[in-house]
Design a protein around this ligand. Structure first.
Ligand SMILES: [Zn+2]
Length: 126
């Protein structure tokens, strides 16, 4: 143990198994790693994962291509920064949808992060 605080926290134990599943779109893991570095460095706060795969769910969570994170631990401005950080660099690839959104669809407000088959980052050609 390094003595550092964890930068990624799972709300429930079963989420760790989903996180480690080969079915989870690996791009989401890279996105969460980057986001956790950002939130720890900028706000001194971790990323808490509250939902990954939802069995039988018709939404993108049913296809292992979305992760929800807790939002109430962040200030309003911090949430805006998180959304900008993610959508600024990672293009979802299906208009008008975005990689990250802050919304409330019944289970309380949270940040939803998703990837499509067309999600990309602009890389300079060499
Ligand atoms: Zn979601």
């Amino acid at each position: 143990m390094s003595g550092r605080l964890p930068s990624i926290i799972f709300k429930e134990h079963e989420l760790a198994a989903f996180w480690n599943s080969p079915l989870l779109d690996s791009r989401l893991k890279f996105i969460i790693y980057a986001l956790a570095g950002f939130t720890i460095e900028e706000f001194g706060k971790a990323v808490t994962i509250t939902s990954i795969y939802r069995k039988g769910d018709a939404s993108i969570h049913g296809y292992w291509r979305a992760i929800d994170i807790r939002s109430f631990i962040y200030e309003e401005e911090e949430i805006i920064s998180i959304i900008k950080f993610l959508n600024g660099g990672i293009i979802y690839g299906k208009e008008p949808f975005k990689t990250a959104l802050y919304h409330n669809v019944g289970q309380g407000p949270h940040i939803h992060i998703q990837v499509s088959h067309n999600t990309y980052t602009v890389v300079q050609k060499v």
